[in-house]
Design a protein around this ligand. Structure first.
Ligand SMILES: N[C@@H](CCC(=O)N[C@@H](CS)C(=O)NCC(=O)O)C(=O)O
Length: 220
């Protein structure tokens, strides 16, 4: 048994679970995966001993429990990666942290109306609020690639926590037919081709739909 356990939800739609999972996988950190089916009658009971917030993801490492995706990514970077989860330059790191925090606090319309669903493939109409949020993501991806992307194909060159934060959004934007600038589309193609993103999507597609309408699950 590994000293590291990541508690996650359904791969089909638990975008917050996907983020630290991608970080651990891309940096080849061994861990045990604990899968808890969300939105079931017994979900809270199962999560009780595993996650103080009764949400996923949660990380257990030796005698430490960390919850909330960004806190987990920070912990992994600090304790297991000697800080390499973030770019090494302070300027790039500041931007990487800002755009990662933005995923947490912003994009309410995309989170509600265009949630990650690995099994979805349908062209959705684009309301003005959705268009504005897609434009913001497009600007973030394009700007990071142009200003900070030297030395690799990810947002800050080599793979970082910022890529983990945006991967579920790339899946959703593709599933629902968003049109991006060529620069942003190039980055979307890169993150979607990441072998661990592909593996997560493959497993998400293979899952049974839970007994709740996915339209009621707004998360991204
Ligand atoms: N801010 C949290 C969000 C966690 C979250 O909302 N997780 C969802 C699944 S993606 C969840 O556990 N939902 C169960 C519930 O709300 O009962 C994070 O970043 O980890």
């Amino acid at each position: 048994m590994s000293t590291t356990r990541l508690v996650i939800g359904n791969k089909n739609f638990s975008s917050w679970s996907m983020r630290p999972w991608l970080l651990l996988k891309n940096f080849e950190i061994p861990f045990d995966e604990v899968n808890v089916a969300l939105y079931q009658g017994n979900t809270a009971e199962k999560l009780g001993p595993l996650s103080p917030s009764l949400k996923v993801p949660a990380l257990q490492h030796r005698d430490t429990t960390v919850w909330d995706s960004i806190a987990i990514c920070e912990y992994i970077s600090e304790v297991m990666l000697d800080g390499k989860g973030w770019p090494s330059s302070p300027r790039k790191r500041a931007t990487a942290r800002s755009i990662s925090a933005e995923v947490h606090s912003e994009f309410p319309n995309l989170k509600k109306e265009w949630p990650m669903n690995c099994q979805a493939s349908v062209k959705l109409s684009v309301s003005e609020p959705i268009a504005n949020e897609i434009a913001r993501i497009d600007a973030i991806w394009s700007c990071c690639r142009r200003k900070h992307g030297a030395g690799g194909e990810y947002l800050f060159g080599r793979f970082s926590i910022a890529d983990c934060m945006y991967a579920p959004m790339a899946i959703a934007l593709k599933a629902y037919g968003a049109v991006l600038s060529s620069e942003a589309q190039k980055y979307a193609d890169t993150i979607l081709a990441n072998p661990w993103v592909q593996e997560w999507v493959r497993q998400g597609r293979a899952e049974q739909q839970p007994a709740v309408a996915l339209s009621s699950v707004s998360n991204m």
